[in-house]
Design a protein around this ligand. Structure first.
Ligand code: SF4
Ligand code: SF4
Length: 451
């Protein structure tokens, strides 16, 4: 159990163990021998602590508080353009949150893309940051190659005209003809390939729309990407069916697909999986940690996005992440779950649109949504993980459901994974502390990032 420093309302936490205590401020961990722990805790209650260790914990905590507040007050100035090109897909995954169509659907208008790209490029120039382009789901973004090529060419032209370097990412299911896979490998700087594991799992969870397996296509696309030396990440969705097979999934993906990173997400309670049963919490965490070790033996990182101790972050809302996300119909949406413009409008999530040849942002709407989405639920206010947690997003949302029900599945998973990471780091620090003065410290986060 973690105690929070209530005295100065700073996020500093204390957890007692048998031989030593852990002290944590977002991004910074201290281990202290039990004989020193009470004194350190007392020092942490002072407005100006005496010991350098307590002062550092204060500084990290204050920086985290400022970073979180800045996410609310810094004007929204996106430097990443995310595109849902359409909502058509060639797979029939039973858990898909986007619930796409197997038939052609309206495409995102290229004029809106180019106008939005110009807006993003202005921000990138002002902030001296590269331009990031993300072509993502809602459907399979590679299905209409000509449309994708037009989008890429237009955004590349905008970035080049502004003298910006462009980073191009695409998330794909990998089911495509050989020639298209070669083309893709040349067009993108990083490819995120969705694969849920060996054929027995993949065929059940990610079949083609005609019910056949997709494994041979995914493996072939991965091979082509490697041939071209295009960096590859893999996205895995874990369901109750696959939750206890994470070690086998890690083995398979590392051997056959050989990605640098594997992003593991428990199935979203949304779209086609709106009423689906979620995996068991303990099973998810136990098997996740085992699979993480297996992946590490192959040099691959096994990660999940809900709890990232390396970053200060909250839910996935674009409003806090410098992301301008366009959907078919040309609207910009605040939420990644939105598939098309009418939906964004109906749900009050539309934050920008084309007008008079320019893409403009709806600032009052952005401010109002930020104020609704930013506050920490009361149930999270004493939690050591509150600066690193996506909370219950996307299973439930403050805009739809009011206060998050805690402890939900995601809350429990995120807390256990964060605890496991801190415990592991604490063990390593304790080995150092014993040969020093009974105290050792370490950074969990290398830099403070915006939410
Ligand atoms: S579901 Fe809600 S909390 Fe999650 S990204 Fe969308 S708007 Fe944000
Ligand atoms: S959702 Fe759970 S783990 Fe996340 S901050 Fe809230 S209480 Fe902590």
């Amino acid at each position: 159990m973690w105690l929070i420093n209530q005295e100065h309302q700073l996020p500093i936490f204390w957890q007692e163990g048998d031989a030593y205590s852990l002290f944590y401020a977002p991004g910074y961990l201290v281990v202290a021998a039990q004989t020193l722990a009470a004194g350190l805790w007392q020092d942490l209650q002072q407005p100006e602590p005496h010991t350098p260790t307590a002062r550092r914990l204060h500084q990290w905590a204050e920086t985290a508080v400022r970073a979180r507040q800045a996410a609310l007050t810094t004007p929204f100035a996106p430097v990443c353009l995310t595109l849902y090109l359409h909502t058509q897909c060639n797979l029939g995954c039973p858990y898909c949150y986007a619930d796409p169509s197997p038939r052609p659907t309206p495409r995102l208008e290229v004029t809106a893309v180019y106008a939005a790209a110009r807006l993003v490029a202005e921000n990138c120039c002002q902030q001296q940051r590269p331009f990031t382009l993300v072509c993502h789901g809602g459907g399979e973004p590679t299905l209409n190659q000509l449309h994708l090529a037009q989008v890429l060419a237009g955004v590349q032209a905008v970035a080049a005209a502004a003298g910006l370097s462009l980073f191009r990412y695409i998330a794909t299911n990998g089911v495509m003809p050989t020639a298209k896979a070669y083309w893709l490998a040349q067009q993108f700087d990083l490819v995120g390939l969705s694969c849920d594991g060996p054929a027995a799992i993949q065929s059940r969870q990610r079949p083609l729309v005609n019910g056949q397996g997709s494994t041979p296509y995914v493996e072939r696309t991965a091979r082509i990407l490697h041939e071209h030396q295009t960096p590859l990440h893999v996205r895995v969705t874990i369901t109750p069916f696959s939750v206890r097979q994470q070690v086998e999934i890690a083995e398979y993906i590392c051997r056959r697909l050989q990605p640098e990173e594997i992003h593991v997400e428990p199935v979203y309670h949304a779209g086609r999986a709106q009423t689906a049963v979620l995996p068991d919490t303990n099973q998810f965490v136990d098997h996740f940690l085992q699979a993480q070790q297996v992946a590490a033996t192959y040099g691959a990182r096994w990660l999940t996005s809900g709890s990232r101790l390396q970053e200060i972050h909250g839910p996935y809302c674009h409003l806090f992440r410098d992301v301008l996300h366009l959907v078919p119909g040309g609207a910009a949406t605040a939420c990644f779950k939105t598939g098309a413009s009418p939906q964004a409008g109906q749900q009050g999530l539309q934050i920008g649109q084309m007008g008079d040849g320019r893409f403009s942002l709806n600032r009052p709407r952005i401010t109002a949504l930020r104020q609704q989405l930013h506050p920490l639920p009361p149930s999270c206010r004493d939690c050591f993980n509150q600066y690193h947690c996506a909370r219950d997003c996307p299973d439930s949302c403050p805009l739809e459901d009011g206060e998050t029900a805690v402890p939900s599945f995601r809350c429990q998973v995120q807390k256990k994974l964060a605890q496991a990471q801190l415990t592991q780091m604490g063990v390593a620090l304790w080995a150092k502390a014993r040969v020093q003065d009974g105290i050792a410290e370490g950074r969990v986060m290398t830099e403070i990032m915006r939410l």
